[in-house]
Design a protein around this ligand. Structure first.
Ligand SMILES: Cc1cc2nc3c(=O)[nH]c(=O)nc-3n(C[C@H](O)[C@H](O)[C@H](O)COP(=O)(O)OP(=O)(O)OC[C@H]3O[C@@H](n4cnc5c(N)ncnc54)[C@H](O)[C@@H]3O)c2cc1C
Length: 486
């Protein structure tokens, strides 16, 4: 039986990002992916939010996405939530279809020499103290230390791990499709007593159709006949719909895994949370799940950190997904076609026209306000480290470039050679630096200048110095394992 450190079930955006993170940490991994190629039948997600772009920038690959997409402001909560005044290198979202996002991620993962077993499914597993045996649809099995289910909303891994998936049942249902039409349709969005419908051109010359179904609870695979009927109901004609390349159904079901780990099995992305696509969050939080989990899993697999480091993955990411579920449920309520919901929409739109509410909601939608609860202290603690312009002994550099290798960094802004991390020198890069300007955080505003910061590989701040080194050895041990020198 072939043995690897980690098996990733599913090579969608989450699985690919996780594979990249683990490969950077030189962990032996394999992706098992059901699809024969990276091609997607439909375009699905429409883009990346600012924090995801920053995360990709941390690995030196943001330009690959930026060069193919179009920058845009974020829409949500009955208004456009501009972030152009946010203190980030990327104060925008990027319009780019999921099919391109996956292609670019897959290219990066290929450069990192990650093997992908395509055309095979994970069908089950059995785990014990020494490892996990993973069964595949071709009858073979693989052995690993950990299995990560990145296998989407209907996750086989989640079910086999017996992890509950509580949440709320659907209240609306849509058909979405990519088709050709024989007649010129009524382009754009239409609202009626049932909900929203839209017809728009997509890049390959086809038409993307979205219709709200009259009935909630249809579960079978949708067909061209279903789509034709729905179009006739709402538009009086099906415009001669034909040649679908994709027909799918989605609802506002909102569910979240009760826990993200059961022993040697972890969940990430849609396998851990599903929700309505309003606000375009799913792919984004999946990629960010992967970046939170990757370095932790790498350290545990290599034996530098104990297993309980993995518990911080659930502690940090579960609340983030929970608030996305809450936001999408609110978006569904705001989008209802009745007069009272419309009145509510008007009031919310007035509110988000004000600076403070706009910043709060845009901070959440863009992911730039993410705050992991690492205790009280400096505003930076548990938040993303801004991409400062640094001056170091090697010359000027952007802070974010220090994270390209996905290794922790201790930045010392105080006396040169301060902050001794010698006992962790095999794991942590330590750099004396200065920066110009003020330290400013999205939503929060200006923050006091720290004398040092300990930055995790995911770009979040694990410790902030205020002139002393108090708490630094504890933070180093907590996040990066016991020191090698006693
Ligand atoms: C209409 C629509 C619009 C959306 N718009 C947005 C948007 O604008 N922004 C956004 O962020 N998100 C959006 N989303 C959500 C986004 O598409 C998902 O959140 C995202 O694809 C999740 O990525 P994932 O890798 O976790 O799961 P998936 O993309 O579902 O990938 C799972 C992978 O696992 C494979 N797989 C499944 N089972 C197995 C198995 N047993 N063994 C091996 N492989 C398996 C699948 O083939 C697939 O490749 C939208 C979704 C829809 C439906």
């Amino acid at each position: 039986m072939t043995e690897h450190a980690v098996i990733i079930a599913g090579g969608g955006p989450t699985g690919l990002m996780l594979a990249g993170e683990l490969a950077l940490a030189e962990v032996d991994i394999v992706i098992v992916e059901r699809r024969l190629s990276q091609e997607l039948a439909g375009h699905r997600a429409g883009g990346l939010h600012a924090r995801t772009i920053e995360v990709l920038d941390q690995r030196g690959i943001a330009d690959r996405f930026l060069s193919e997409g179009q920058v845009a402001q974020v829409a949500g909560f009955a208004a456009t939530l501009a972030i152009s005044d946010f203190p980030t290198r990327h104060p925008y979202a990027l319009a780019l279809w999921q099919t391109h996002i996956e292609r670019i991620l897959a290219g990066w993962v290929e450069e990192l020499a990650v093997p992908i077993h395509r055309g095979r499914e994970v069908t089950g597993f059995s785990q014990n103290d020494s490892g996990i045996d993973i069964m595949l649809s071709d009858g073979r099995s693989l052995r690993a230390k950990y299995l990560v289910g990145c296998d989407g909303g209907r996750s086989v891994v989640r079910k086999a791990a017996d992890i509950a998936f509580p949440g709320s049942d659907p209240t609306i249902s849509h058909l979405i499709a990519e088709v050709e039409l024989a007649e010129e349709p009524e382009w754009g969005m239409r609202n009626d007593a049932i909900g929203i419908h839209s017809l728009s051109k997509i890049e390959n010359g086809n038409v993307r159709v979205l219709v709200t179904e009259q009935r909630v609870g249809n579960t079978g695979e949708p067909t061209l006949t279903d789509l034709s009927r729905a179009l006739i109901t709402h538009y009086g004609t099906d415009y001669g719909v034909h040649s679908p390349t994709w027909i799918s159904r989605f609802t506002d079901t909102a569910r979240q895994a009760a826990r993200d780990r059961n022993g040697r099995v972890l969940l990430a992305g849609d396998a851990a949370h599903v929700h309505y696509p309003a606000g375009g969050q799913g792919l984004n939080i999946g990629v960010q799940d992967a970046v939170n989990l990757g370095w932790k899993l790498a350290q545990v697999v290599k034996g530098t950190s104990p297993q309980d480091l993995l518990d911080t993955y659930h502690a940090e990411r579960h609340p983030i997904a929970a608030r996305v579920l809450r936001a999408t449920m609110a978006a569904v309520a705001l989008g209802r076609p009745d007069d009272r919901s419309k009145a509510l929409r008007d009031i919310v739109s007035e509110l988000v026209g004000m600076d403070e509410p706009r910043k709060r909601l845009a901070g959440m939608m863009s992911g730039l306000d993410v705050h992991y609860d690492l205790g009280d202290g400096h505003p930076l603690l548990g938040r993303r480290m801004p991409d400062l312009d640094l001056v170091t002994a090697d010359g000027p550099l952007r802070l974010i470039t220090l994270l390209h290798r996905a290794r922790p960094v201790l930045l010392n802004f105080g006396e040169p050679h301060g902050c001794d991390v010698t006992p962790w020198a095999d794991r942590i890069e330590r750099i004396d630096a200065q920066y110009a300007g003020i330290l400013e955080l999205p939503v929060i505003g200006a923050a006091p200048a720290p004398t040092a910061v300990l930055i995790r590989p995911d770009g979040y701040v694990a410790w902030v110095g205020d002139g002393s080194h108090m708490g630094l050895p504890d933070a180093l041990a907590k996040w990066f394992g016991p020191s090698t020198v006693s």
